[in-house]
Design a protein. Structure first.
Length: 135
């Protein structure tokens, strides 16, 4: 990811959070006024393009979680969003919200904790120090 955008995003993602806490990119977008404030930390399109390129080039560790559609939708829509599905067999709508999103993140956290216990993720080379560590 182009620096310093990556350092600014890291700073935004870690403020007021616990070490190791999972923060989906959608949550950052939510925190940035639904995306309107992305320019304060970086160019969203460039950041995601750079991140995908780093992963494709094997220049950092990455993991595809293979989440089911509802879990993926909950994580991608932000922490306070709701997702509705239609069950044709029962002829009813099913609503999923923040509680279900939190449950998905808890499952992902458990899964990642097991992986990290075996081997830590490699963030890549040549990274700038987090903004909070700079003098």
């Amino acid at each position: 990811m182009a620096q310093p955008d990556g350092a600014q995003i890291h700073d935004r993602l870690t403020q007021g959070r616990h070490p190791g806490e999972i923060v989906p990119l959608a949550t950052l977008t939510h925190e940035l006024g639904g995306g309107a404030d992305w320019p304060t930390v970086g160019d969203w399109e460039s950041v995601t393009t750079d991140l995908l390129q780093l992963v494709r080039d094997g220049e950092c560790d990455a993991l595809s979680l293979g989440l089911p559609e509802i879990a993926r939708a909950l994580i991608c829509t932000g922490p306070h969003s709701h997702v509705r599905t239609y069950d044709a067999a029962a002829d009813e709508f099913i609503a999923y919200g923040p509680a279900e999103c939190a449950a998905v993140l808890a499952e992902v956290d458990t899964f990642l904790a097991c992986l990290v216990a075996e081997q830590k993720f490699w963030p890549g080379e040549g990274l700038l120090a987090p903004l909070c560590w700079r003098v």
